[in-house]
Design a protein around this ligand. Sequence first.
Ligand SMILES: [Zn+2]
Length: 477
Amino acid sequence: MPSITFLGAARTVTGSKYLLELDGSRLLVDCGLFQGLKELRERNWQPLPVDAASIDAVILTHAHLDHCGYLPRLVAEGFTGRIFCTQGTGSLCRIVLPDAGRLQEEDAELANKRGYSKHTPALPLFTEEDANRALVQLQLIGYDRPVPVADGVEATFTNAGHLLGSSYVKLTFANGGGRPKTLLFGGDLGRYDRPVLPDPTPATGADVLLVESTYGNRLHPPSEEEEKLAALVNETIKQGGKLIIPSFAIGRAEEVLYWLRRLEEEKRIPQVPVFLDSPMAARAREQYAARLDELDPEIREASEHLRARLHAEHRVCAFCTARFQVVSSPKESRQLVASKAPAIIVSSSGMASGGRVLHHLRAALPEERHTVLFVGYQAAGTRGRRLLEGAREIKIHGEMVPVRARIDRIDSMSAHADSAEILRWLGGFDRPPAMTFLVHGEPEAMEALEATIDQRLGWRTMKPEHKQTVDLAEFLS
Ligand SMILES: [Zn+2]
């Protein structure tokens, strides 16, 4: 009897993991880490309800850690099957997973040194070596090509426009002599009319659907990147300051660089030095530049145009400005922190919870002439959230730093579809699914989306609980 068990992202936004049990095979769709609150993170340590070795294959929708970050642990626990994903997802996994392993090891080491873990010794959830071992099992698949992933099951990956390589995945099951049945895993859904990533590809239908609901209860503000970014760059540079933009290393940095290049080209901001000070972001940027044909048509055109004008290597130019520089070594990063010259600095982490951006903030926050611009969601408890809430001083590397710099935000750069965009995507279905599971959302957002779907489409929906198993026979027969 076919069934699905929700091992993550059920009434919460992290830990995406769906166990599909079919006649004789077991598939895991997404294999994400729980992040955020401690009670959620502790779930990463709980054993899976099935033996990892008994899972035949894993299918990944994209390379954000809340969708792929549990893979090293799964492999360490005995999973030996293939991990199917797109080429873009594979290349980003090669960047994020070993880094996540390294961080786990460093955290465990620190906990042991300071003795603040209740476990002795504190252990990493997985190591860099575990991550590298998991990468060997990646099986890269092109978009829109059905491939067999288990006995009688084919998977098709389609561009979801949420991150480089991101996809929604349709599984097709043979159904005796009848019409084949389909199960569609929506993954994280991207947005419409954005410049770097393409619109989510329209989906035509499925018997069973899983759809995210992160922003099921809100509408994104109208695009404010151009006006606000131009104003902040001009004002900050005029007063001789630095514009520091904490940014997620994967995805967001490319969007920021795109806007800076465009504003510069339109002569709305001066040509100033722009530094990308994050080794991970620099590597991800190379992957974006190498896979332009999977990005938005607008950025492909812009690249062609630039190539003609500058006779430069067009692939790199999509995400760079006239005076763009990647900061590679820690020594160069320290020099940049010490420099007094006006500049724009894009550095991670995006919520100022760690990474090189902390050094920039520590140096810049006490001075009025600088600006710190947040371009992503700031979770409760992070330095980013405290700065936006108007903190007058903030602790960095154990020291209180006074805040006199200007703190600002741009809220329109989210990578997740809002309620109207989710509905627009669902509107492409030619028939209602027999069941639509709402996943990847906080309860409030989920309830709001459920009400909207009911009102506008009249579809049958369910909001599964963590670890709930649902028999799919009724919907797939
Ligand atoms: Zn995502």
